[in-house]
Design a protein around this ligand. Structure first.
Ligand code: HEM
Ligand SMILES: *[C@@H]1O[C@H](CO)[C@@H](O)[C@H](O)[C@H]1NC(C)=O
Ligand SMILES: *[C@@H]1O[C@H](CO)[C@@H](O)[C@H](O)[C@H]1NC(C)=O
Ligand SMILES: *[C@@H]1O[C@H](CO)[C@@H](O)[C@H](O)[C@H]1NC(C)=O
Ligand SMILES: *[C@@H]1O[C@H](CO)[C@@H](O)[C@H](O)[C@H]1NC(C)=O
Ligand SMILES: *[C@@H]1O[C@H](CO)[C@@H](O)[C@H](O)[C@H]1NC(C)=O
Length: 297
């Protein structure tokens, strides 16, 4: 199947292709390197391969020699053991669909790893697994600046605009977030993505989602500024622009997976991420074309 070709092409691209131009997003650049035609459908296929690898580990053959355990596998980060599976298989009451407390949801109800190995989100289009995986393709596609997203073949993200709300009952710590971000980077590396691009993505993910009490930010246009901190335990690094009082507000009953509606505290002030981190993040992409990178400039 065509997946074999993908991996071979990427491996070649990693070694032979020149540095990514500053006016081309990561998504567009690697889609073109792989498929020549930078279409919505090809961008979707790239994000499917990337996210599926983040979730279940490297599964395409052959690869460039980078092993990816995946977020469902136990691992270690910064010397601490990490095990994220209980948040995905319904073991923990950690999903934000129960109002004021977390509830159990099995996100592996669409066939688990098997459809992912076949480059699909799930065996059906109704399961929790289907919605989680397709939302991840869409969300990361937007983060990586897929210019064709929103056209036939690659829908725009229509999940919850606030990553804080989605993840709040998971009460995640820096090692759990760090492990997740590390799997994203490893997955990219396994497809031949350049180190400079991987570092930029890692820094941006840590800055957007890894700082406790971070102010509202618009990650997905045009969803508007929302609380985005996923790392919310006390041990998480504090945002330099911390707005902890906004995170402490009671959750509104509409908070579960609504795509519109108030933030935790009503109208959120527009805010930007500090520019120093943006430059350091090095996404190196011109504003309008590239999703969240525009916010970081
Ligand atoms: C850079 C870090 C992360 C990003 C960008 C991210 C992004 C997302 C997105 C876009 C969704 C879908 C939301 C929706 O459908 O409305 C989601 C859901 C989810 N994430 Fe994360 N995530 C991150 C880290 C983590 C970590 C560390 C865990 C650890 C357990 C985790 C567990 C989950 C779970 C269980 C769901 C399903 C929740 C639901 O549908 O209610 N995520 N995440
Ligand atoms: C990026 O810039 C190069 C050189 O200036 C140009 O040839 C190319 O068409 C531009 N690409 C995009 C997507 O704007
Ligand atoms: C790219 O698109 C053009 C025009 O739609 C088509 O003729 C060509 O076959 C496509 N190339 C590949 C490699 O899919
Ligand atoms: C994952 O990548 C490693 C390193 O290249 C390789 O040894 C292993 O066979 C791969 N696993 C799968 C399931 O493809
Ligand atoms: C690892 O842990 C040490 C000690 O807690 C901390 O100072 C350091 O910032 C952590 N590194 C990362 C990458 O999280
Ligand atoms: C999850 O909630 C259910 C129903 O309230 C309860 O029976 C169960 O013990 C809880 N599980 C955990 C791991 O807290």
């Amino acid at each position: 199947m065509r997946f074999t070709k993908i991996t071979v092409a990427l491996a070649a691209a990693g070694s032979a292709v020149a540095q990514r131009p500053t006016n081309t997003s990561i998504c567009d650049y690697y889609t073109t390197a792989l498929f020549k035609n930078n279409t919505a459908g090809n961008q979707y296929t790239l994000l499917t391969a990337l996210v599926n690898t983040v979730v279940i580990g490297n599964y395409t053959q052959p690869n460039v020699g980078v092993a990816v355990p995946g977020i469902l596998a136990k691992g270690t980060f910064n010397g601490s053991e990490v095990n994220l599976l209980p948040y995905f298989d319904g073991t923990l009451n950690s999903t934000n669909r129960g109002g004021t407390s977390g509830v159990s949801v099995n996100f592996l109800d669409g066939g688990g790893a098997e459809p992912l190995k076949n480059n699909k989100p799930a065996n059906d289009d109704k399961s929790n697994q289907y919605f989680l995986l397709t939302h991840l393709y869409e969300f990361f596609g937007s983060l990586l600046g897929c210019s064709m997203q929103g056209m036939t073949g690659f829908a725009a993200y229509n999940g919850d605009p606030s990553m804080f709300k989605v993840h709040r009952f998971m009460n995640l710590d820096p090692n759990q977030l760090g492990y997740f971000v590390q799997q994203v980077a490893l997955a990219g590396a396994s497809f031949g993505v350049a180190n400079e691009d991987l570092e930029g993505v890692g820094k941006a993910l840590n800055q957007l989602f890894g700082l406790r009490c971070a102010p509202p930010v618009e990650v997905i246009k045009p969803q508007g500024p929302q609380l985005q901190a996923i790392c919310i335990q006390q041990s998480c690094p504090l945002s330099p622009d911390a707005v902890c009082n906004q995170y402490e507000a009671p959750i509104s009953s509409a908070s579960s997976t609504a795509t519109t509606g108030p933030t935790a505290t009503g109208t959120a002030p527009t805010s930007t991420v500090s520019t120093a981190g943006a430059a350091a993040a090095g996404w190196g992409v011109a504003a309008a074309a590239v999703g969240v990178a525009a916010l970081l400039l």
